[in-house]
Design a binder for this molecule. Sequence first.
Ligand code: ATP
Ligand code: MG
Length: 367
Amino acid sequence: MAQVSLKGISKAFPNGAKVVNNLSLGVENKEFMVLVGPSGCGKSTTLRMIAGLEEASEGDIYIGDRLVNDVPAKDRDIAMVFQTYALYPHMTAFENMAFGLKLKHYPKNEIIQRVNEAAEILSIKHLLNRKPRELSGGERQRVAVGRAIVRKPKVFLFDEPLSNLDAKLRVQMRTEINKLHTRLQTTIIYVTHDQVEAMTMGDRVAVMRAGVIQQVADPISIYDHPKNKFVAGFIGSPPMNFMSGKIIKKSGKLYFLEGKVQVKLVDEMFDKISKYIGQDIVFGIRSEDIYDKLFVSEAPPENIVRVTCEVVEPMGSEVYLHLNTGTNTFIARVGAHDRPVVNADIDMVFDMSKVHFFDKETEETIV
Ligand SMILES: Nc1ncnc2c1ncn2[C@@H]1O[C@H](COP(=O)(O)OP(=O)(O)OP(=O)(O)O)[C@@H](O)[C@H]1O
Ligand SMILES: [Mg+2]
């Protein structure tokens, strides 16, 4: 059993910078937890504290039931895969993978067996006699993962292991690591700044910003119910569209008003939004919840907005439209064969049952 539990951990560096702030997170046994956030938000520092490579300034770290604050890295029963792979250049792939076991005085037979087993899983048996400089980036990455696997750790820590790979290999390795998790059935904490990796790999995702966890949930809950504007804008590609405007009331109904845009709220949102009547508010809508009116058979007139189509980006399976309201720009994802005229006006339909509202001051989600 290897759950990981972080209780109120903080990290302040000697220069005074507090880069992780009172962070609590429970990772269940065998769970794949992704820590995601923008560059510099404290992801690696958090991972390094779990690994024992960095001391926590405050708080407690448990691996399994054991408080490990004072346990040296080598005795924490974790294995970490670094972004840079950190392979020893003068050793072959085999020696790199075997090194940790050798240090722990494992019998030779056991070492050979474990390395071969890991090499089999990672399809790198034919590379075992090569040195890192004779391997491609993807192959080095596999060796680095192999080095972690042979140790049969309680917990795997991955720090952006795919960020040095080209786009295609990254997608492939993402699948490989997913399969590996299913096969090895171990706890994984995986750090990335790539929200697509977070969505596709995590059982749960912890979104971090400036040393503070914003939300922890399964990927779909985070996507559908972001806790605040930051999470809403960070998870999803293209990012959620935001517009600042006002809530107004007309004939007993609520509308969101921004420049040329006026759309009617669904009745279900009335209670939560009515206290914002006459006030500024932030409106959010995902690009897939905006449709070209041309392809909607019965669009409610109060959900239609007339905007200018500035750019048409065909992506193959879909088309991104860059639209301008006069004061705001936003992106809609429409069908692959939609080709509106550039710089002409176009009517778009908002699916008002899918929109979000955020408090202008706190940026917390209202609905
Ligand atoms: N040894 C250190 N001394 C002082 N500040 C540090 C030290 N190590 C990291 N930092 C700072 O702590 C913050 C968090 O760094 P960290 O490496 O954890 O970020 P990250 O989320 O992993 O970012 P990235 O996605 O770029 O890897 C950064 O602002 C960084 O400059
Ligand atoms: Mg990092």
